[in-house]
Design a protein around this ligand. Structure first.
Ligand SMILES: Cc1cc2nc3c(=O)[nH]c(=O)nc-3n(C[C@H](O)[C@H](O)[C@H](O)COP(=O)(O)OP(=O)(O)OC[C@H]3O[C@@H](n4cnc5c(N)ncnc54)[C@H](O)[C@@H]3O)c2cc1C
Length: 429
């Protein structure tokens, strides 16, 4: 009988480390960061690299507990809001400026993994965007837009070439993004934390910040067993809402998405993938997958306003997988889990401040690895050097999401787009 899948491959293969004790003292610090995901850890490391050492990260559970330790591991440029909308909303120059932050972040991630020797199975072999539809225009349009307005070149992959490396009848042509990679995100988070600690940052796990108060000229931060005074506070809690500032929480829609990992496939992996690149497709409700070092296939997809059990995730994602690789029928799924992304109504990250030392970095959506690295740099430069570069995000404020109606609207819009994908597919026969 098939065993039900256990929760997370990433947890099962996490780099072991001595757990960080909870905050149990009263301390004064220059910067307190709430949230030990990529946004918080990148800010902490960015500060440490700039010589700011009295920095604390407070994490409710463990480092990488949230989306950062559960995601697909794709590291590529851009934001959840596509390049076309970005160009339309900000104009050519500003859109390119804000987009370039993410391509630079891909390079910074590469360099940090090497410099700090982070064991996170980084595979620097690019990402393939495979066309689910026969019509090649969606590829041509994006390739042209990226080249003309962002000076970024994605290579054309004709159908025969694509099918050589992604052995599925499902796809037509594709595009290949060379400046992209994939990695084990939880081990990358654990490695970022270790690099920050090495440079003087303190990290407290199991430290749920339950109160944040402004007092005279500092912030008072309370956890069940300790208290901190800090000049600056950074809220980096993603879809796992901090519950500390209504205006900041209500600007976020927490949206679930799912991942599963197959049994080791051995030579069968070669029957599906003859590339080490990661792959996603051109539908709104796309599949994303990548080969792992131990010949397993990591498969992700779907968006929902509710978390599902591991067994339910396994069921829906296996159906998706078999549509692309029917030859894998009967395979065993060893792990399945879900995670919460944080979306803003405008689909861009929210990076800002109240002007009195309270900062936020959230709403990275389903496209967060590179943008959280960029955000960490912007916030670190703001706090350490008074840089105003973060203002590039000023147009994307804390727009109210009107939960629960906003959640229903997001789910309905996803279903509608999913229906459109299905309709377009069936028209093509
Ligand atoms: C299943 C899945 C697949 C994805 N795939 C990709 C991908 O392939 N590529 C990509 O670029 N992006 C991907 N993403 C998105 C990406 O993972 C996120 O955008 C990114 O990790 C967000 O990081 P974060 O630090 O903002 O939030 P999180 O990683 O969610 O961290 C927030 C942390 O704050 C903590 N916290 C909350 N409240 C408090 C409190 N009061 N006190 C203390 N701590 C608190 C939480 O415990 C949590 O650990 C995916 C997301 C998911 C869920």
């Amino acid at each position: 009988m098939k065993q039900p899948p256990v929760p997370s491959y990433y947890r099962a293969t996490a780099t072991p480390y001595e757990p960080h004790a909870p905050l149990q003292v009263r301390e004064e610090m220059r910067v307190a960061i709430i949230g030990g995901g990529f946004a918080g850890l990148n800010t902490a490391l960015g500060l440490a690299e700039r010589g700011v050492r009295d920095v604390v990260v407070l994490e409710r559970e463990q480092v990488g507990f949230g989306a950062s330790g559960r995601n697909g591991g794709f590291v590529f440029g851009g934001y959840s809001l596509g390049e076309e909308a970005l160009h339309r909303q900000l104009g050519a120059e500003r859109a390119k400026g804000i987009f370039d932050l993410t391509t630079a972040a891909v390079q910074r991630i590469r360099e940090r993994v090497t410099r700090y020797a982070i064991p996170c199975d980084m595979v620097d072999q690019g990402v393939i965007w495979a066309n689910w539809f026969r019509d090649p225009n969606v590829l041509r349009k994006r390739q042209r837009l990226l080249a003309e307005h962002y000076r970024v070149h994605w290579d054309w992959l004709p159908q025969e070439e694509l099918r050589e490396v992604v052995r599925s009848e499902r796809y037509y042509d594709g595009l290949y993004e060379r400046n992209a990679l994939h990695l084990h995100p939880l081990n990358y988070a654990i490695g970022l934390a270790a690099a920050a600690i090495q440079q003087g940052v303190r990290i407290y796990e199991n430290s749920d910040v339950w109160r944040l108060r402004r007092e005279r000229n500092h912030w008072l931060i309370s956890t069940p067993q300790g208290e901190l005074q800090a000049e600056h506070v950074v809220l980096a809690c993603g879809g796992y809402l901090a519950g500390l500032r209504r205006q900041i929480d209500r600007a976020i829609l927490p949206i679930a998405t799912y991942v599963m990992v197959t049994e080791p496939l051995g030579d069968r992996l070669d029957e599906c993938l003859r590339t080490r690149a990661a792959v996603y497709d051109t539908r709104f409700a796309f599949d994303y997958y990548r080969p792992l070092q131990d010949t397993r296939l990591l498969w992700g997809g779907r968006i929902s306003i509710r978390n599902r059990s591991a067994a339910a995730v396994q069921r829906v994602l296996t159906r998706d997988l078999l549509r692309v690789f029917p030859a894998l029928k009967g395979l065993r799924i060893d792990y399945a889990w879900s995670g919460l992304m944080s979306y803003a109504r405008h689909q861009m990250p929210q990076i800002g401040t109240d002007g009195a030392g309270l900062w936020w970095a959230q709403a990275f959506g389903g496209h967060g690895l590179a943008p959280t690295c960029a955000a960490g740099e912007l916030l670190a430069a703001a706090v350490a050097e008074g840089s105003e570069d973060w203002k590039q995000f000023a147009d994307y404020g804390l727009a109210h999401t009107y939960k629960p109606l906003g959640l229903l609207a997001a789910q309905t819009s996803y279903w509608w787009q999913e229906f459109n994908d299905w309709f377009k597919t069936s028209l093509e026969g």
